[in-house]
Ligand binder design. Structure first.
Ligand code: HEC
Ligand code: HEC
Length: 371
């Protein structure tokens, strides 16, 4: 079910990201380049500023390191560490390879050589585990002789959720539970979703309260008493998707195009792999349980100038609430981090005031521009 907290809940990445955010950041995002928004950018000058941190995330997971491998803590602009200078040369090399040998397409990335290690190995490893490829999933589907179509897979999913009629009776959903980060920190969360496209997630963290919302027009977040920030770029697209209340029962689940591309395992379950294409973002892979039709996994990809960052969401422990099945355990994994949401309460059709989803500034009179 498409009701994850969007990919980067306020309490999870935003902290990292905010620490690293340019000091000039204002509450209103403008389309600045990284060269304009940050202090010491030499190679990635022309990329949109909000793609710099996804690029840093990509580097970090490709090399299996942390930010401080290249950076002096909190002084990201400094070039004191040699690794940072090497990384710049590596970016240039990667771009040159792709330009010269792959017609400018991003075929070679940091990961192609580094495979999660700072020092790439040039010798094939013995007994190293190899993840299954999509080509193998396609072969398994062909070999299974299954006559199923993508429309049948999606229709079975809607039935498994409770059916279109029951689903359309829903107008809102309030979920409460715990978010446990891979570093062990726990946050209490409340998630408010209202048809057709409003969403607010409130995180009660050890550092205070953080919120993340979309009111149908504007997406924003607000953390620990700091000024409200408007969400833009890829993050905005993601929150829009997750705020789409009826997305699961929409034709093609809201994707522009869908295709059945394989048969794979999710833990010990057989699953059909459906690829969903959206405009302007990398396609996502959805894994549906062959037997009971439920969505087991969604793998999405965040675009970055150096390569794609994968985000895997596993949906488990489906329980029935008001005739609709809802996953009570949602595990989100990224290469270097992750978190698990354990719900303990889901309530349907409670009345929720529209104003709850508006950015805090809009709720107050305009005069309250105090520091
Ligand atoms: C392997 C080295 C490496 C790692 C790891 C790395 N970075 Fe960077 N970072 C760079 C390089 C190189 C630049 C400069 C890019 C350029 O000149 O185009 C940079 C630039 C930055 C800047 C811009 C600073 C400024 O004002 O000029 C920020 C912010 C940043 N990194 C944050 C991060 C964060 C956060 C992480 C961890 C998620 C991270 N970096 C991990 C190499 C790295
Ligand atoms: C074509 C293969 C290739 C690609 C692509 C590549 N690297 Fe490297 N990288 C290497 C090799 C090989 C070394 C080790 C060089 C040595 O041992 O002197 C290295 C070393 C490094 C080091 C220094 C590690 C150390 O232990 O000193 C950093 C940092 C690094 N690469 C970052 C990156 C980043 C960031 C990217 C993507 C922008 C990238 N590399 C892409 C092959 C690659």
């Amino acid at each position: 079910m498409f009701f994850t907290l969007a990919i980067a809940p306020a309490g999870v990445h935003a902290q990292e990201r905010e620490k690293a955010a340019p000091t000039a950041a204002t509450t209103q995002p403008e389309v600045k380049t990284a060269g304009q928004a940050f202090k010491n950018i030499q190679v990635l000058k022309d990329i949109p500023a909000d793609e710099l941190l996804p690029a840093m995330g990509f580097i970090t997971s490709s090399l299996g390191v942390q930010c401080n491998y290249c950076h002096v803590p909190r002084e990201f602009e400094k070039d004191d560490k040699d690794k940072k200078k090497t990384a710049r040369e590596m970016m240039k090399m990667m771009m040159a390879i792709n330009q010269t040998d792959f017609e400018g397409r991003r075929k070679v990335t940091c990961y192609s050589c580094h495979h999660g290690m700072a020092e790439p190995t040039a010798i094939p490893l013995i007994g190293a585990p190899r993840p299954p490829t999509m080509r193998e999933a396609a072969d398994r589907l062909a070999a299974s002789g299954a006559k199923v179509t993508v429309d049948q897979v999606l229709a079975k999913y809607v039935e498994a959720l409770g059916g279109t009629d029951a689903y359309k009776k829903l107008t809102s959903r309030v979920s409460k539970g715990t978010l446990e980060r891979s570093d062990g920190i726990r946050e209490q969360l409340e998630d408010f979703a209202k048809a057709p496209n409003k969403k607010l997630t409130v995180f009660h963290t050890p550092n205070g309260e953080a919120q993340r919302a979309f009111n149908g027009t504007v997406a924003w977040n607000q953390a620990f008493g700091r000024p409200t920030r408007q969400i833009s770029g890829a993050d905005l697209e993601r929150i829009q998707q997750t705020a789409d209340f009826y997305r699961d029962i929409e034709p093609r689940m809201g994707y522009r195009r869908v295709a059945l591309i394989g048969l794979a395992k999710v833990a010990d379950r057989d699953a059909y792999v459906v690829r969903g294409f959206t405009a302007g973002a990398p396609p996502q892979n959805l894994y549906f349980d062959v037997e009971n039709g439920l969505l087991l996994r969604r793998v999405a990809y965040e675009e970055s100038p150096l390569g794609l960052n994968p985000i895997q969401t596993d949906y488990e422990d489906y329980r029935e609430t008001d005739g609709i099945r809802v996953p009570f355990r949602i595990a989100v994994s990224m290469p270097n981090s992750g978190y698990t949401v354990l719900l303990d309460q889901v309530q349907m059709n409670l009345p929720i005031d529209d104003a709850k989803f508006d950015p805090p500034a809009a709720k107050e009179p305009a005069a309250s521009g105090k520091p």
